[in-house]
Design a protein around this ligand. Structure first.
Ligand code: FMN
Ligand code: SF4
Ligand code: FES
Length: 539
C-alpha cells in the first residue's frame, strides 16, 4: 500500500534499479488503430523473442497511441544512452525479426520505415496532456508513478488545502476542453462553496463528435492521469465519489480505465484515507449507449441515474443539483488530464503557455484530406496554417485546401483564406466556428460545402432526443431544405427560409444540441454562399 510520498519515491527507486538492466526499449503501439492491424500479436512476439535473449538488454513495452495513426502499426525504439527515440511506421506484424536485429545492431529492413523525427509533426507539438502517451505502459501503475504520476495528488494531500488547489487551477486559466471553454477553477469553486454531505465528480468521456478520438486516446494510453485529475478535483471540491462516463463503443478505454481503477484501489491511491489523510475518494466507470446527446451534461447525468438520456433546463446548475440532485463537477477527459501537471508545475507555468485568454495546449484529432491524420497536441495560439501545413503535413493528394471544420456538429466551416487565424477559443468564435472538443476535419477543393452542412444537420437530426419541438422538427426541416439545395431544386424563397429556420432552431431549442445544430449551415452560408445560390433552380 502507498501511504506517503516516501512510498511513491520507493516505487520510483525500485523501478530505477529494475530499469538499469536495459539499455534500450522497444515500444509497440497497442492503441485502437494499431491493434486493429495486429500490433498486439507483434508485441507478444517481440516480448517472447527479446526476453529470451537478455543480452540484448532491451525492454519491450506495449504503449498507447502516439498520434500518427495514419502510419499504423507504429513501433518506436528508444536508446537510453543517447535519450534518442526513433519512430517506425507502417510496420507489418511479421517484422518482429527486424526489431530483434535492430536491438542487436544487426542489419534489418527498417530503414525505409523510419519517420522523419525532425519534421514539424514531432518538433512543433507541445505535450502536456499527451506527455506520457507512447512512452508509458497504460496497464502498469508503477510506470505511471515512475514518470512522476500521483506525486501531485500526494503533495496536495500532504501540504495543500482544497482552496490552494482551486486557486492554482484558477491561476492556470484552464478552460474546459469539452467544447464550452468554461473556466475550470470557477466551476470547482462554486461546487466547493456548496454545503453538502455528498458531492460528485464526473468525467465526461462520451466523445460523440464525428471524427473525434482525443479522449479515447487519453483514456486508453494514460488512464491514471485521468484518475489523478479527478481525485484532485474531489479533494478541492469536497467530493468523495467519481464516475467516468464512457461510450460502450470504446471497449479498450473501458478496459484500461477499469484496470487502472483496480490497481489504484489495490495500492490505496483510491479508497479510504488516501495518503493517510482524511480524504477518501473512489471512481467507477459507467457505460453509455453511444447517443451524442448523452455527452450533454444533464443528459449524461440522467443516463448515469438510469433514466433516458434527455437533457433538462438549466438552472438549476450542476453545482447545485447534479447527479442524484447533489452538487456535481462535470469535466471533460482532457480537462482532468491537464490537472496533475498544473498542480505539479503551478498555475503560472501553465498560464505562460498559449494566449492571454486560452492558456495551455489543445489536443486535436486531425482527419479528412490531410497528410498526417492522427492526434496532435499544440500550444493554443498556433495558427491554423501551422497546424494544417506544418504539423499536419498539408493536404493529401496534392489538392488545394477548401475549408476546415472545427467543433464537430456544433462548430463551423472555416474557409482557406482564414488560415492565419489563431487556434484559441476567442479567435475561432470570432470567425463563426468554435474550438469544440478537438475534432478537426480538413476538406479539399473537391468538397461540396452544402453537402457538408447537410451531413452535420443529418447527424443532429438522427441524434436529437426529440424532447423539444424546435430541434426535433427543425432539424428535419433543415435537412429537407438542404436536400433541395444539394439536388439544385431549391426556390429563391428557400434561401431565406433556410436562414430563418437556423435562427429559430438555435434560439428556441432546449439544449446545446439543438442550439448549436445550425452552426455548420450558418458558417457555410457565410463563407460559401455561392454554393447555396448554385442550388437554386433556374437561378
Ligand atoms: C450535444 C452535446 C454533446 C456533448 N458532448 C460532449 C462530449 O462528448 N464530451 C464532453 O466533454 N463534453 C461534451 N459536451 C459538453 C458538456 O455538456 C459539458 O459542457 C462538458 O463536458 C464540461 O466539461 P469541461 O468544462 O471540462 O469542458 C456536449 C454538449 C452537448 C450540447
Ligand atoms: S434540443 Fe434536441 S437534443 Fe436537446 S432537448 Fe431538445 S430535442 Fe433533445
Ligand atoms: S493507435 Fe497506434 S499510432 Fe494511433
Amino acid at each position: 500500500m502507498i501511504h506517503s510520498i516516501e512510498d511513491l519515491q520507493e516505487i520510483v527507486n525500485n523501478k530505477i534499479s529494475q530499469e538499469e538492466q536495459y539499455t534500450q526499449e522497444i515500444r509497440v503501439c497497442t492503441g485502437s488503430s494499431c491493434s486493429s492491424l495486429g500490433s498486439d500479436e507483434l508485441y507478444k512476439d517481440l516480448q517472447k523473442n527479446l526476453s529470451q535473449t537478455p543480452e540484448h538488454k532491451c525492454k519491450v513495452k506495449g504503449v498507447g497511441c502516439n498520434g500518427l495513426c495514419s502510419a499504423a502499426i507504429m513501433v518506436s525504439h528508444y536508446d537510453k544512452s543517447s535519450s534518442k527515440e526513433t519512430i517506425y511506421g507502417r510496420i507489418e506484424t511479421t517484422q518482429n525479426e527486424d526489431f530483434v536485429c535492430l536491438a542487436s545492431n544487426k542489419t534489418n529492413k527498417l530503414e525505409t520505415k523510419k519517420c522523419d523525427m525532425s519534421s514539424a509533426f514531432f518538433t512543433k507539438q507541445k505535450k502536456i496532456v499527451l506527455e506520457n502517451v507512447g512512452i508509458i505502459d497504460p496497464n502498469d501503475i508503477e510506470d505511471y508513478i515512475y514518470h512522476g504520476g500521483y506525486f501531485a495528488l500526494f503533495r496536495a494531500l500532504e501540504d495543500k488545502t482544497p482552496s490552494d488547489i482551486i486557486n492554482e487551477v484558477k491561476l492556470s486559466g484552464l478552460r474546459g476542453r469539452g467544447g464550452g471553454g468554461y473556466p475550470t477553477g470557477l466551476k470547482w469553486e462554486s461546487v466547493s462553496k456548496v454545503e453538502s454531505q455528498q458531492k460528485f465528480i464526473i468525467c465526461n468521456g462520451d466523445e460523440g463528435d464525428p471524427g473525434a478520438f482525443m479522449d479515447r486516446a487519453v483514456m486508453e494510453s494514460d488512464p491514471h492521469r485521468v484518475l489523478e485529475g479527478m481525485a484532485l478535483a474531489g479533494y478541492a471540491c469536497g467530493a468523495n465519489m467519481g464516475f467516468i462516463y464512457v461510450r460502450a463503443e470504446y471497449p479498450l478505454a473501458v478496459e484500461k480505465l477499469n484496470k487502472a481503477i483496480k490497481q489504484a484501489r489495490a495500492r490505496g491511491i483510491l479508497g479510504q484515507n488516501i495518503a493517510s489523510s482524511n480524504f477518501s475518494f473512489d471512481v467507477e466507470v459507467r457505460l453509455g449507449g453511444g447517443a451524442f446527446v448523452c455527452g450533454e451534461a444533464t443528459a449524461l447525468i440522467a443516463s448515469i441515474e438510469g433514466n433516458r438520456g434527455h437533457p433538462r433546463q438549466k438552472p438549476p446548475h450542476l453545482s447545485d443539483r447534479g447527479l442524484w440532485n447533489e452538487p456535481t463537477v462535470l469535466n471533460n477527459v482532457e480537462t482532468f488530464a491537464n490537472i496533475p501537471t498544473i498542480i505539479k508545475k503551478g498555475g503560472e507555468w501553465f498560464k505562460a503557455i498559449g494566449t492571454a485568454t486560452s492558456s495551455g495546449t489543445k489536443v486535436f484529432a486531425l482527419t479528412g484530406h490531410i497528410q498526417n491524420t492522427g492526434l496532435v497536441e499544440v500550444p493554443m495560439g498556433i495558427t491554423l496554417k501551422e497546424l494544417i501545413y506544418e504539423i499536419g503535413g498539408g493536404i493529401s493528394g496534392g489538392r488545394k485546401l477548401k475549408a476546415i471544420q472545427t467543433g464537430g456538429p456544433s462548430g463551423g466551416c472555416i474557409p482557406a483564406q482564414l488560415l492565419d487565424t489563431q487556434v484559441d477559443y476567442d479567435s475561432l468564435k470570432d470567425i463563426g466556428s468554435i474550438m469544440g472538443s478537438g475534432g478537426l476535419i480538413v476538406m479539399d477543393e473537391s468538397s461540396n460545402m452544402v453537402e457538408v452542412a447537410k451531413f452535420f444537420i443529418d447527424f443532429c437530426k438522427s441524434e436529437s432526443c426529440g424532447k423539444c419541438v424546435p430541434c426535433r422538427v427543425g432539424t428535419v426541416e433543415l435537412s429537407d431544405l438542404l436536400d433541395k439545395f444539394v439536388k439544385k431544386e431549391a426556390k429563391r424563397s428557400d434561401f431565406e427560409l433556410l436562414k430563418q429556420m437556423c435562427e429559430v432552431v438555435s434560439q428556441t431549442s432546449l439544449c446545446g444540441l439543438g442550439q448549436t445544430a445550425p452552426n455548420p449551415v450558418v458558417s457555410t452560408l457565410k463563407y460559401f454562399e455561392n454554393e447555396y445560390l448554385q442550388g437554386i433552380k433556374n437561378a
